[in-house]
Design a protein around this ligand. Sequence first.
Ligand SMILES: Nc1ncnc2c1ncn2[C@@H]1O[C@H](COP(=O)(O)OP(=O)(O)O)[C@@H](O)[C@H]1O
Ligand SMILES: [Mg+2]
Length: 217
Amino acid sequence: MQSCPTFARNWQELLVLAGIPRRYHDADQLLYSPPAGLEKLYQKVWEFLEDLPVQVAQGRGLLLKGNVGTSKTTVAVGVALQFLKLSCEPELLDLWAKPRSAPVLFVTMATLVENILSLKPSNPAEWARYEQRLRRVPLLILDDLGAEQPDDWIHAKLDALMAERYNNLRSTLITTNLSTDKLRDKYAERIIDRLRSCLQQLDFGGKSLRTPPLPVS
Ligand SMILES: Nc1ncnc2c1ncn2[C@@H]1O[C@H](COP(=O)(O)OP(=O)(O)O)[C@@H](O)[C@H]1O
Ligand SMILES: [Mg+2]
């Protein structure tokens, strides 16, 4: 097992600090085996990975769009895991120096909204720390944009977060099931415009890869 003594005692602990859900702990391995029909798209992901530290340092990210089950979250986490592994290499550590906090944070939009609504009023100090991390972490994964209930105040918060990350060249990977038109309907033009200028769009076509559970006999 890989170890990264600067951030955590071991790789598993680093994944927990980064908020990566267990289902996706080996997501980077799946980047080597694109599902049928997505070979070209995975090729683009590998091109992004080729100079990943530069992409992240310059605040460039990805917008992974497509139907449910087409491997968007897997690819986003796969990219983040590659970045985490690179971050453990001594020559890169100085770039993201903030020992004890992982240079990646994974959060679903639903959890983000829940934290804004519950953590903010119940524990303002904890929320302030969390918000700081959302704003500053070198690589943020915002999973399932659009799955949250429409709410002007939440969208204003999201706008502020994305503006801060955009202005400070922080990289973001966003997954969404929404089409470009639906994104436009849901979010203010300035959010869309910011996303467009710093995120490379990848369209995941095809059917869901999720296999149904085996029937109980
Ligand atoms: N490269 C791949 N090859 C085969 N199955 C994959 C691959 N990537 C992901 N999967 C599987 O497809 C399913 C959906 O992946 P997920 O990333 O959660 O999709 P989405 O985020 O688009 O809804 C999961 O069960 C996952 O394990
Ligand atoms: Mg997903």
